[in-house]
Design a protein around this ligand. Structure first.
Ligand code: AHM
Ligand code: MG
Length: 389
């Protein structure tokens, strides 16, 4: 048929997770079944998104703001119902946490006579943001869904918020997101790297298109809402200025100050650099010493900004600032799943001062500041925070 003939041996998401599962003899298959429910949710939300302008699903929902004080869109409500219904009846979920709901939902056996009468609570906790980037719904800009999956601790019956749900990302078993953009994609990590799948709309199946995704160790993009600049602390201001007006290397690869550069000169040529710091070594200098300013890209949908960062490198940031001392993004269903994916793809994710994945939220909708992306670029942000200490 020639080299242009359609591929007939497709690796679907289900085929791929089943084959991964066979490689781990201890796996029970439960995670694969849970992922079937999550896939269905993402496909359903994708189909609602594609029809959004026509099918009366855009606009604000009645009922006022949600628990976070944010406006709720009709599509937020629909997406939440889609995820809730599919996971609740999957027989694999024990606890469900959604951005849209104030309280966690503890799954119980389905009532007699219902279509799922035989479904029982399972062993997994799923934390999800059913529709992230709601402010972009009505203008046709990319949005997404995010999820993180924990297994119940040994011996737990899945009834305790503290023991079963409020856990750091280091205990995540899997995490993923769906992107509803120029195509519908699903990116997934189950503890063994990150894989990207693209929805084939004619088949209704996610097909493996981006196996073993790796984030470039450096990128030339920074992504942040600059409208918040007046509220940033010094480290964020210095980092963003550094992205726009890159500093030349000030020391050689051994950290020895370059000839002609003393502290007095540095203060003049690098007004943003704290005194006593000759930290920009030639070998770790961004843009390989070219001093080319970085490009700004900011969609305002975390999934889209993170996905671009995974593919092209750079840093996505939503830092804590003076008016939001804990940042904006929620730990359980936005930050930790993305931090898990990021580290699994060889990237780095920090609050500025500590590894994001290690954070244990103290409540369901707790927030934190976050910088995520290319390992060397994020390390540079961390150095700027350390300089402020
Ligand atoms: P949402 O879950 O209510 O949509 O809010 C989260 C979104 C993220 O997708 C995005 O990174 C951020 O909010 C954008 O916030 P801002 O508009 O303040 O830049
Ligand atoms: Mg969100």
């Amino acid at each position: 048929l020639g080299p242009d003939a359609p591929v007939t041996d497709l690796i679907t998401l289900t085929r791929h997770t089943l084959s991964e599962q066979r490689r781990h003899a201890s796996a029970s298959g439960d995670l694969t079944l849970l992922l079937v429910s999550l896939q269905l949710s993402c496909k359903y939300v994708s189909s609602l998104v594609r029809r959004a302008g026509l099918a009366n699903v855009t606009g604000l929902a009645g009922g006022g703001p949600n628990i976070q004080g944010e406006k709720v869109q009709r599509l937020d409500v629909l997406a939440n119902e889609v995820f809730m219904n599919s996971l609740r009846t999957s027989g694999r979920a024990a606890v469900l946490v959604s951005e849209e709901d104030e309280n966690a939902f503890f799954v119980t056996a389905a009532p007699e006579g219902s279509p799922d009468a035989d479904s029982r609570p399972g062993r997994y906790v799923v934390c999800f943001d059913p529709l992230d980037g709601s402010s972009n719904i009505d203008c046709g800009v990319s949005i997404g869904s995010i999820f993180g999956i924990y297994r119940l601790p040994e011996g737990s019956d899945g009834t305790s918020l503290e023991r079963d749900v409020l856990r750091p990302g280091t205990e995540l078993m899997a995490a993923g997101y769906a992107l509803y953009g120029s195509f519908t994609g699903l990116v997934l990590a189950t503890g063994d790297g990150v894989n990207g799948y693209t929805l084939d709309p004619s088949l209704g199946e996610f097909i493996l298109t981006h196996p073993s995704m790796r984030i470039p160790s450096r990128g030339n993009i920074y992504s942040i809402n600059e409208g918040n600049a007046s509220k940033w602390g010094p480290a964020v201001t210095r980092w963003v200025n550094h992205c726009k007006f890159p500093e030349a290397p000030t020391a050689d690869a051994e950290g020895k100050p370059l000839a002609g550069l003393d502290e007095a000169t540095l203060k003049v040529t690098h007004p943003l650099r704290p005194a006593g710091s000759l930290a920009v070594r030639a070998d770790e200098h961004d843009n390989h010493g070219t001093r080319k300013p970085r490009s700004l890209r900011y969609v305002g949908s975390m999934v889209a900004d993170v996905h671009r960062t995974f593919l092209h490198g750079g840093v996505f940031a939503y830092p804590a600032d003076r008016s939001s001392p804990n940042g904006k993004l929620r730990i359980l269903y936005e930050v930790l799943p993305m931090a898990f994916l990021c580290e699994q793809a060889g990237g780095r994710c920090t609050t500025g001062l500590k590894r994001a994945l290690a954070i244990r939220p103290d409540k369901l909708h707790a927030r934190t500041g976050i910088f995520l992306g290319s390992a060397l670029d994020v390390a540079e942000v961390e150095r700027m925070y350390q300089d402020e200490e």
